[in-house]
Design a protein around this ligand. Structure first.
Ligand code: ATP
Ligand code: MG
Length: 488
């Protein structure tokens, strides 16, 4: 009935019909292009010419310059973008250089012999120059469900893949980035900076400001909350009020993020040289309970102060090692973060009458099973963590040949460092750590004398307090006894 009326009126008033339908057509094409009616208004670039900024080609890696020039010669636009410019403007060494272009991944791939297209839903290109890999992305359109590639990857694993290479303009690309400080562009054509969202001002002022409506952007991708904590810690930037305010309220959205992606973020938070600051940001913003819920419960318990001291000591230790270019492993920091959970469970199983070694084994499994529901813990790390925990029970038993056997254990060094942290935090009495420190320093004769001096009890494996399996945990005691029965 209605459609017949429409047909008839269209036949009678062709011009009127065109007039009426045009706005609908316009809205419909916009909807098709953007996937939404309320697409944001595109910003205009403020161009900062070369003589008004400090980014110099001297500071850019050879590989990145090669890619930029290669694209430019190929007739495409080519920009450095994001973290590298932010870091350079802050006087820091960038971790890597990211390039964006209007060339499609196929076009990029054709330009560079040693390149590879990666990703399925959003394709990007890795271009290799020597040992360096430059990531080249095509300008991406702003979308409602703008999640990170890794999150899409998780969808891919479940088979729900839709190729979604929605290429856009540089303006759209700028709007889909997370923080203003990560959205600056350096154009290889004129060496100018292109600033769409007051990026330079915020970098200079040290302000972390989410682009767009913060709550909406966190809902689209909750990992942005962790990125806020990480950049605040790494750069010492202050999140502005609108950026910080929704975080405690929305923190629980992290429960929806695939554990593998959260594990990657945890590595970036704790193994980039600013672990202590990251931990403190996570706690202040209320994010920590959604990454390490069981640990958080322990931090609220009556031993909370001790656990906090131990975690902070581990973070300091990791930061110091990185500052000296020493190797670090996620296993160590994760072993510390989950140790409160392990010991609480261990106490429970011991109280139920389970012998120390199997009780520890069960407690370790329980703690890991809980944790992997939140952040993945790849087996290559959990195996090491278990060994470190296991050695905590074995380090007090040093009699006879045991000390030498322990010293040969591939995890001895990590377990010894772990033991020192436990003592430093006051979880256990100090003493055993000093014994092991000395044992490593002296010659064979002296070692023999040390193990002899332990007496029959410890030689057989009895232990007073250095061991959670048999010993009792104590509340932290400032300036407490410095030696103990562990020293023999
Ligand atoms: P880092 O020093 O840690 O490498 P970065 O800013 O380079 O910092 P990356 O994770 O390498 O961070 O991401 C590169 C760029 O991609 C960022 O600068 C940002 O513009 C954009 N980006 C990354 N993750 C997101 C996200 N979850 N949402 C929106 N934009 C993102
Ligand atoms: Mg980066």
């Amino acid at each position: 009935m209605a459609s017949r009326f429409v047909e008839r009126s269209a036949a009678f008033f062709p011009h009127l019909w065109t007039l009426i339908s045009r706005p609908f057509l316009f809205l419909w094409t916009r909807l098709l292009r953007k996937g939404s009616f309320d697409s944001p208004r595109l910003p205009e670039a403020r161009v900062i010419p070369r003589d008004q900024h400090t980014i110099s080609r001297k500071d850019i890696s050879r590989a990145a310059l090669n890619v930029l020039y290669g694209l430019h010669k190929g007739g495409f636009e080519a920009y450095l973008v994001g973290g590298c410019l932010r870091d350079l403007l802050c006087g820091r060494q960038p971790k890597d250089f990211d390039v964006v272009t209007d060339a499609t991944p196929d076009e990029v791939h054709r330009l560079f012999k040693r390149s590879r297209i990666i990703g399925r839903r959003f394709q990007i290109v890795h271009v290799r120059f020597g040992r360096e890999i430059i990531e080249v992305s095509t300008f991406r359109a702003f979308q409602r469900d703008d999640m990170n590639d890794d999150q899409h990857l998780a969808h891919e694993e479940t088979g729900l893949v839709l190729r979604d290479n929605a290429w856009g303009s540089i303006e759209e690309d700028a709007l889909r980035r997370d923080f203003t400080v990560n959205a600056l562009y350096y154009n290889i054509a004129d060496f100018a900076l292109y600033d769409f969202v007051q990026s330079r001002r915020d970098i200079e002022r040290g302000v972390l400001r989410l682009i767009g409506d913060p709550e909406q952007r966190y809902r689209e991708d909750p990992v942005r909350m962790l990125r806020a904590a990480r950049f605040a810690a790494k750069l010492g930037f202050e999140p502005d009020r609108a950026t910080a305010e929704p975080i405690p309220r929305l923190a629980e959205l992290l429960l929806q993020v695939p554990p593998a992606r959260l594990f990657d973020e945890v590595l970036k938070l704790f193994l980039s040289g600013h672990a202590r600051a990251s931990y403190q940001e996570l706690r202040e913003l209320g994010l920590f309970p959604f990454l390490f819920p069981e640990t958080d419960l322990c931090l609220q318990g009556d031993q909370g102060e001790t656990w906090e001291a131990m975690i902070l000591a581990a973070m300091d230790n990791t930061d110091a090692r990185l500052a000296e270019d020493k190797p670090v492993t996620p296993a160590f920091i994760l072993a510390v973060l989950l140790w409160p959970v392990v010991t609480a469970r261990l106490d429970k199983y011991r109280a139920d009458g389970v012998p120390p070694a199997p009780a520890l084994h069960k407690a370790a499994s329980w703690a890991l099973d809980q944790q992997i529901q939140h952040t993945a813990v790849p087996r290559r790390f959990s195996t090491v963590m278990r060994e470190m925990w296991d050695l905590q029970q074995r380090l007090p038993r040093r009699g006879g040949k045991r000390a030498d056997t322990l010293l040969q254990h591939p995890r001895f060094r990590a377990a010894y460092d772990f033991l020192l942290l436990r003592e430093q935090a006051g979880e256990i009495r100090a003493g055993l750590g000093a014994w092991w420190t000395r044992y490593q320093q002296v010659d064979e004769q002296e070692r023999y004398a040390m193990t002899q001096a332990l007496g029959p009890n410890q030689g057989a494996g009895g232990d007073g307090g250095g061991n959670n399996g048999g010993g009792r945990r104590r509340r932290r005691r400032r300036g407490g006894r410095s030696s103990s029965s562990n020293q023999g």
